[in-house]
Ligand binder design. Sequence first.
Ligand code: PGA
Length: 223
Amino acid sequence: MEKIVIANHKMHLTYKEIIDYLNQINDLNVIFFPSSIYIPYFIQKNLKTGIQNIYINDQGNYTGEISARQAKSIGISYALIGHAERRHLFNESNELINQKVCEAIKNNLQVILCVGEEQDQDYKSVIKKQLEIGLKNINAPVIIAYEPFWAIGNSTIPSIHRIEEVITYIKSLLNKDIKVVYGGSVSINNIKQLNAIKNLDGFIVGIESLDINKLKLIREVTN
Ligand code: PGA
């Protein structure tokens, strides 16, 4: 089955760069997470589009925030929740992440919940807690993204064996049919190797996805 490919643009690309990027896409089976201000351009092109973060309430006086309800109303289908950068730079706790997951599901967004350990942490206990609290009271199917913090924006990735082991662990905690993707320095140089991992359902590509030609190559390899 074709793997899931997710492009996480984070806070990159200017307006001109985004227009240029979009002009090079006709039809590409990738879920795009651009900066929020560029989302309408992706939706107009009928591309699968997600939002990098949402707020915990539907609406109200929360300057600078975007709700799941608003996201759904413009045609967004996916919400990325609990990304390592949100956990670390914005101090998002597992409890807050759970509120966001609930809010996204209530508004019919497909959640991609990110989990992962820091260097020198025991991945089992960290991920177990992230899943237990993050998915409290959730029955809807979510996609899990395994993104070890130390492998993000880096050239070092965990060993293939380790990724396989963590994916198996996550599936054993939830259920074997749940989709689990890997993120953290996925690139055109390591994608063939990563694509050989049997129990993996796809990838999140950060920096490398900013180059549309590299993203297309990654999509080709993972078909
Ligand atoms: P990276 O980012 O590919 O640049 O490591 C992945 C992510 O943070 O989702």
